[in-house]
Design a protein around this ligand. Sequence first.
Ligand SMILES: C[S@@+](CC[C@H](N)C(=O)[O-])C[C@H]1O[C@@H](n2cnc3c(N)ncnc32)[C@H](O)[C@@H]1O
Length: 201
Amino acid sequence: MSDRNDETVQTYEQAAARYAERTVRADDEPDDLVPLVAAHAPPGVEVLEVGSGPGHDAARLEALGFRVRRSDATRAFVEMQRAAGHQIEVLDVRTDNLGGPYDVVFAHAVLLHIDRVELPGVLSRLRDAVRPGGLLAMSLKEGDGEEWSSHKVGLPRHFTYWREGPLRAALEGAGWEPVVLERVSWPDGHGPWLLTLSRRV
Ligand SMILES: C[S@@+](CC[C@H](N)C(=O)[O-])C[C@H]1O[C@@H](n2cnc3c(N)ncnc32)[C@H](O)[C@@H]1O
């Protein structure tokens, strides 16, 4: 397992409050996965959110009628959400039992912290956690290579960047069929992001 991901989780342990303060989320963001899920899955179905962070997307999915199992590898986020009255579990997407089967797995800006060589295995684990025909909603940063960055939280986090072709191959190799795979940018130049909604084959 990657030390880089472990170190990144350690950063979140220290900087969860700063991340939450600096992450303001709105309904009309270009990289929003919530409308994609709402367009392809009926309200009431069960969603596993991995890397829930402060829980903004879980709250928005729940407001639309989805049943969300919130989870995160970072205990500080788990404690933050529990303090706000939410049920949430510590769950490392690389190693922990994911439970299920779910209808949807949701991972906004999470798997960009997984090393390139480890992503196919994680995608397979997520595939095994959904019902036949189940969905994966995922966003990653577009680009080449990888880097450590202290942007936003002032401590190092490791990012792996992806291009559409290799990402499509990784999804298909793990038993997902991309239904949507698109590149989006923010008007201020933030991004670009790759968004995908994929269906279990
Ligand atoms: C950029 S934050 C995104 C948080 C939230 N999804 C959001 O959109 O605000 C990345 C999240 O991934 C989580 N994370 C990193 N590595 C993980 C792993 N191996 N398993 C589960 N979660 C992980 C972090 O704890 C953090 O909550």
